[in-house]
Design a protein around this ligand. Structure first.
Ligand code: HEM
Ligand code: HEM
Length: 177
């Protein structure tokens, strides 16, 4: 069932806030790890701290976002093609899983390598699991692999949104703004 009311035709304000805040923090997590610089440099320490902060905030906001979504349903889908509806749902589900799993892998890989997660500037340290020499390289490989895979999924998701706006000239992007 669809409605022409503008409040039904867009995501709620909190949903829009969570979407763009998380998207910016994910972009910051990628940027910071790419430009962190060589081992033992000041630049590496600074940008790694930004990476940890951005990633932990993604996880915290992801919890709030999912709770909000369970409480407040999104607007009805606009797409009428069943295959495109399925693909969009699959991509959204994958993105939801990513914003939980990727930060958790980051935290676990740090802990199993023997380091607490240190949130610099507030100097908050936390540890979820103890050191584990066997799990650590596997978690690190999973974190790097998933990070690389999601460059593509996020890119396709953004491209689909821009395609809707520029080529089909529909409201798909506008209802998330
Ligand atoms: C959405 C959040 C996150 C994204 C998108 C992300 C992405 C990435 C990517 C792509 C890399 C690999 C860089 C490379 O070597 O090519 C990486 C490395 C790393 N990440 Fe994250 N990460 C996130 C969250 C976290 C969190 C929360 C932590 C820990 C608190 C963390 C800790 C690390 C560490 C320690 C490495 C270095 C691994 C190594 O090369 O030894 N990440 N991250
Ligand atoms: C890391 C970056 C991103 C993540 C994790 C992400 C995640 C998501 C998720 C999970 C949804 C589904 C929302 C729901 O139904 O509850 C969604 C919807 C949406 N996203 Fe993103 N997104 C990201 C980046 C972007 C970018 C860069 C754009 C635009 C250029 C964009 C545009 C949209 C639009 C328009 C929707 C609504 C789609 C619809 O209603 O069918 N997203 N996003």
């Amino acid at each position: 069932m669809s409605s022409s009311s503008s409040s039904v035709e867009r995501y709620s304000r909190p949903a829009i806030f969570f979407h763009w805040a998380i998207a910016l923090l994910v972009a910051l997590a990628y940027l910071s790890i790419e430009i962190r610089g060589p081992k033992d440099s000041d630049s590496r320490e600074f940008w790694s701290s930004i990476h940890f902060w951005a990633g932990v905030l993604v996880l915290a906001l992801a919890v709030c976002r999912v709770l909000w979504r369970l409480w407040q349903s999104p607007p009805p889908e606009r797409e009428s093609n069943a295959l495109l509806v399925f693909l969009a749902r699959l991509a959204h589900l994958a993105l939801y899983v990513f914003i939980f799993v990727q930060p958790l892998l980051g935290i676990l890989l740090s802990n199993t390598a023997g380091y607490p997660v240190n949130l610099a500037w507030l100097n908050l340290n936390f540890t979820l699991v103890g050191a584990d020499a066997i799990a650590s390289p596997a978690l690190q490989a999973a974190h790097v692999w998933l990070g690389n895979a999601f460059y593509w999924i996020i890119g396709l998701h953004a491209l689909a949104a821009i395609g809707h706006h520029v080529i089909f000239k529909d409201r798909t992007l506008r209802r998330m703004l």
